[in-house]
Write a protein that binds this ligand. Structure first.
Ligand code: ADP
Ligand code: MG
Length: 351
């Protein structure tokens, strides 16, 4: 291109009218070609003469600033004939961050305008994530440090309890300490998730273990529990301890949603791709608003609750490649469904 113009310039005195027309047409084509390129790029390009008059502007100038070239020159108070760079925000046509650069050129200034909104948002998001991570580490550290003295207190209380046989004050202290311990454990598993150690197995096993742990509490509250597991069940890859935690959290919530007596139905089912465990209770149910924020941390309606149970539960299920869903209406009970991919499917997906 450059060479072409140089050539034309050098020989222009010797060209006849026909040749001149030909070269002129060629230049017009070239100009159109560059115009097309400049009109399609998303960077705003402005060429100003030495007094700031607009010699050229592409479509992006208006798209980015909401102004035409002349208005933009005035509004942005661009330095003429100098190199400069600055960041600014505009609120029209929408809120955006722009980077405006000027470059001196022969008899004028070249201006480039670039949209940096996405870049900025990304770095702000990175900062936010970083900050939460720092807060999390701190909280996990504190929770961990509380764990040791708490254990010592529990041990000593147990000794006291033996010495003072059946003292109610000591019993109450022990009860509160074990509650605190539960809360801290919950915190730690929420803050420091450990990746599941997946082993081929069946959901029936952790379910059974969990029901055994909660048996007494079900009886105390006169809650009937039914478990319906088909004789042949496809295998799933599970971390048994973590899955037990999942079912424990779900069943504990069901239990807590029933004041006096009730029913919990657990069914296990499978289709071509998943094994599904459904826990249906006849408890108080939830409002739409509660349902909408169900898996978020610290959302609890219980005076002694942490609001961490379902967050941990959903995370474990997700780490198993599964899904968890809830259905509920106030006064009508609640149904949770946990779906885990069958082993064959998971292998297929990982391939
Ligand atoms: P927590 O049990 O400590 O409150 P969870 O994360 O386990 O925390 O549960 C969060 C909230 O979801 C509960 O406080 C309760 O309002 C609601 N919830 C969960 N499961 C049920 C259920 N089976 N029936 C009614 N409400 C439930
Ligand atoms: Mg809970």
């Amino acid at each position: 291109m450059k060479n072409f113009f140089k050539g034309v310039r050098r020989h222009i005195g010797r060209l006849d009218a026909g040749q001149l027309r030909e070269q002129y047409n060629r230049m017009a084509d070239e100009a159109e070609f560059f115009d097309l390129i400049l009109s399609t790029i998303d960077r705003g390009i402005l060429v100003l003469d030495d007094r700031g008059g607009v010699k050229f502007e592409n479509a992006a100038v208006k798209a980015l600033t909401g102004m035409d070239g002349a208005q933009a020159v005035e509004a942005l108070a661009l330095p003429l004939g100098k190199a400069s760079r600055r960041e600014m925000s505009v609120t029209y046509p929408e809120t955006k961050f722009l980077e405006v650069q000027t470059f001196p050129m022969k008899d004028g200034t070249l201006v480039q305008i670039r949209d940096t909104t996405a870049e900025r948002q990304r770095s702000e998001e990175e900062m936010r994530v970083g900050a939460t991570q720092a807060v999390r580490d701190l909280a996990a550290g504190v929770a961990h440090e509380i764990g040791n003295p708490l254990n010592a207190i529990a041990l000593n209380l147990q000794i006291l309890q033996r010495q003072l046989k059946g003292d109610e004050t000591v019993a109450e202290c022990l009860h509160q300490v074990s509650r605190l311990d539960g809360i801290i454990r919950g915190f730690l598993s929420a803050l420091r998730p450990s990746k599941p150690n997946l082993v081929a197995g069946s959901v029936a096993e952790p379910l059974a273990a969990c029901l055994k742990t909660l048996k007494q509490q079900f009886e105390d509250r006169r809650i009937s529990v039914t478990l319906d597991v088909p004789g042949v069940l496809p295998g799933v890859a599970i971390d048994k301890a973590q899955m037990e935690q999942v079912f424990f959290n779900l069943l504990k919530n069901s239990l807590e949603a029933m004041k006096d007596g009730g029913k919990i139905e657990i069914t296990v089912d499978s289709d071509d791709s998943d094994v599904a465990v459904t826990v249906r209770d006849s408890g108080d149910g939830m409002t739409k608003e509660q349902l909408a924020h169900l898996f978020e941390p610290y959302r609890t309606t219980k005076s002694g609750g942490t609001g961490l149970g379902l967050m941990v539960t959903s995370r474990i299920v997700r780490d198993h490649g599964g899904t968890i869903a809830a259905e509920s209406a106030q006064g009508e009970g609640t149904t949770f469904t946990v779906k885990l991919p069958r082993i064959e499917k998971r292998i297929r997906e990982l391939k």
